[in-house]
Write a protein that binds this ligand. Structure first.
Ligand SMILES: [Zn+2]
Length: 189
């Protein structure tokens, strides 16, 4: 009987501890995210922090004599679905593994880049070394982007998406689909 009581006390303490953890977790989550609702239309512009970091990327790359071109920002769900079909319903190469609503582009949290070479042409050559410093420009840009807080698609193991840069602010696609968006309010304070 005594032993039984001890077990119950232990369990009550564990449950109490877990409850407190969940409360703290939710508090923090609420501070970082805003809820806009599931039915809200996707954004037409980049998230403001992503936009600012993208501008910094262009400036910092130019300082290394690298001309970066942003080829894609926000992508509509419709266009995402069209891209997904590419290489699946046709003979073209597969360009994405994300269906509409499943890419960070759909939430204004990703951009794609390319390079403008010394002849003024937009290129996707990841080995191009236009500034002649012995390092491929593409990887120099990726490094600058990572320093700015971007996640680079070239680091992915499953499908390497070399032009792709994104910031998820701790939000999963599932949470974004549910209508959660990053809150940048703390940074303004
Ligand atoms: Zn992309």
């Amino acid at each position: 009987m005594k032993r039984y009581r001890k077990d119950i006390t232990t369990w009550v303490l564990i449950i109490l501890f877990l409850t407190i953890l969940i409360i703290i977790y939710n508090e923090q989550r609420n501070n970082r995210y805003i809820e806009i609702g599931e039915d809200t239309a996707p954004p037409e512009e980049l998230d403001p922090v992503v936009a600012a970091k993208t501008s910094q990327l262009l400036i910092k790359s130019a300082q290394q004599d690298i001309n970066v071109v942003i080829t894609e920002k926000v992508r509509s769900i419709k266009r995402q679905n069209e891209l997904y079909e590419q290489g699946r319903s046709s003979d073209e190469d597969v360009v994405t593994y994300a269906k509409g609503g499943e890419s960070y582009h759909n939430y204004g949290l990703a951009v794609d880049f390319a390079l403008r070479n010394n002849d003024g042409k937009i290129i996707w050559d990841i080995n191009y070394d236009g500034n002649n410093n012995g390092k491929a420009d593409w990887f120099e840009v990726a490094d600058i982007a990572k320093q700015l807080g971007f996640e680079w698609g070239g680091d992915w193991s499953k499908f390497k998406d070399y032009p792709h840069l994104q910031m998820d602010f701790g939000l999963s696609i599932r949470q974004l689909k549910k209508g959660l968006r990053p809150s940048h309010e703390q940074k303004d304070n």
